[in-house]
Design a protein around this ligand. Structure first.
Ligand code: FAD
Length: 392
């Protein structure tokens, strides 16, 4: 079931991608008086800066001798605050529809949908999609499709645990997210045990499975994990067992009819979800699981962008460098996603692109070539939009 936002969200411009360039696009549009919304499949803005190098230093942002990826994003968020551009996280844009020409110049020109059903009607679209949408790296295991969103989830399963009351949780991955998910699952099941749930002769079990022998997580987290692997025995109550396996899940066996019936009833334990996994010595095992959380990190995927009728060159979008317009009138592309002669994938280049794109977008949305050019230092109109009053 795909829910659709009713009525559609209307705004001048939809910016697809909330990396540094998408964020700065809000600023340049806002200065010209255009409203914008931002969408991104990630839960927070930042793109590559926050996903790939949040703690690492950047040295080539003009007038900022050094800042981390995270700090740059925080500064951009502060800078665009006056324009109140809503950020819609967890939203992968999947459809872009060109609307029929309307004599009313204010009529929307595009209808845009996200995978989760948000619907936008906008005058122009900016593709600030970078190297693609950061989506969970898939687990290559046969038969996984039949269990997705039923027993197998990408990312956290903490909201599923109270519903499914699982006995056997499997966590896949060896990074920080996987290790903390394993510890959180132990805590959640321990809490359920205190309340005499789930009821079974065997105490519940959490298994972390990773293809390597070592884990890649902060030292303190690994230490907590190590302690939880061999907890102090308790006489009073059964305890949740935590296991670490070196190996790989290779297949999920078919759901039984009972499992089919459980679809749509997440409050019922799914029961048998037989998984096959191979250990470090290449021996195959079959074990039951109730809930599986896959945490193999994020990887950028171009996704549906290639299906929107835009001219593409080697997975990138050629643009006119005068205004960063694409082959589809009203659609503009800035930042790492575009290509042109001499292109450099640098944040400062993206900022320049967003500036010229804003003028091109204003012309497109307002249907006029007369876009005033003003300095923030001197223009009371721009200062009013920024919410600052400068004494002369
Ligand atoms: C390790 C590393 C170090 C770097 N160091 C520097 C440096 O020192 N200086 C420098 O200038 N540059 C540096 N870069 C490059 C810089 O990070 C990129 O040029 C910059 O992030 C591009 O910004 P962007 O906004 O175009 O794209 P991104 O940062 O990639 O953001 C794009 C966003 O679009 C979203 N998106 C994609 N598809 C969709 C869709 N269909 N629907 C909704 N949202 C979507 C993505 O989830 C993502 O959040 C570095 C890059 C890396 C990997």
């Amino acid at each position: 079931l795909v829910l659709t936002s009713q009525p559609p969200i209307k705004t001048d411009v939809l910016i697809i991608g909330a990396g540094p360039v998408g964020l700065f696009q809000v600023f340049e549009l806002g200065l010209l008086g255009l409203s914008a919304h931002l969408v991104d499949p990630l839960p927070r803005p930042g793109g590559q800066c926050t996903e790939l190098y949040a703690d690492k230093p950047i040295y080539d942002i003009p007038a900022l001798p050094v800042c981390t990826g995270q700090e740059l994003i925080e500064r951009l968020l502060t800078q665009i605050k006056p324009f109140n551009a809503p950020f819609h996280g967890g939203q992968l844009v999947t459809q872009l529809e060109v609307l029929e020409a309307d004599p009313d110049p204010k009529a929307p020109r595009f209808r845009v949908r996200t995978q989760s059903g948000l619907l936008f009607e906008v005058g122009a679209v900016v593709l600030a999609c970078g190297v693609g949408a950061f989506l969970p790296r898939p687990l290559a295991a046969a038969g996984i499709e039949a269990w997705l969103q039923r027993g197998v989830f990408y990312g956290s399963i903490q909201d599923q645990i109270p519903l499914a009351l699982p006995h056997r949780i499997w966590i896949v991955g060896g990074g920080e997210a996987a290790v903390s998910e394993a510890l959180l699952s132990v805590d959640a099941l321990s809490e359920a045990l205190k309340n005499k749930l789930p009821s079974a002769s065997e105490p519940p079990e959490v298994t972390l499975i990773h293809r390597r022998e070592s884990l890649d997580a902060p030292v303190e987290l690994i230490e907590r994990f190590r302690q939880a692997l061999s907890p102090t025995p308790s006489r009073d109550a059964p305890q949740v067992r935590l296991r670490f396996l070196q190996g790989q899940i290779t297949s999920f066996l078919r759901p039984t009819e009972d499992d089919e019936m459980a679809t749509g009833h997440p409050e019922r334990a799914l029961g048998q979800m037989p998984i096959q996994w191979v250990d470090a010595l290449a021996n195959t095992h079959t074990d039951p699981a109730d809930l599986v959380s896959v945490n193999l990190g994020l990887s950028p995927q171009l996704g549906p962008l290639g299906e929107w009728g835009l001219e593409m060159r080697k997975k990138q979008i050629p643009v006119n460098t005068e205004d960063f317009s694409t082959s589809l009138p009203g659609v503009f592309a800035v930042g790492d996603v575009n290509t042109y002669s001499g292109k450099k994938k640098l944040i400062l280049s993206g900022f320049h692109e967003a500036t010229l794109a804003a003028y091109g977008i204003a012309k497109w949305v307002w249907g006029t070539d007369k876009i005033p050019f003003e300095y923030t230092t001197a223009s009371p109109r721009l200062q009013a939009r920024l919410g600052v009053g400068v004494k002369t």
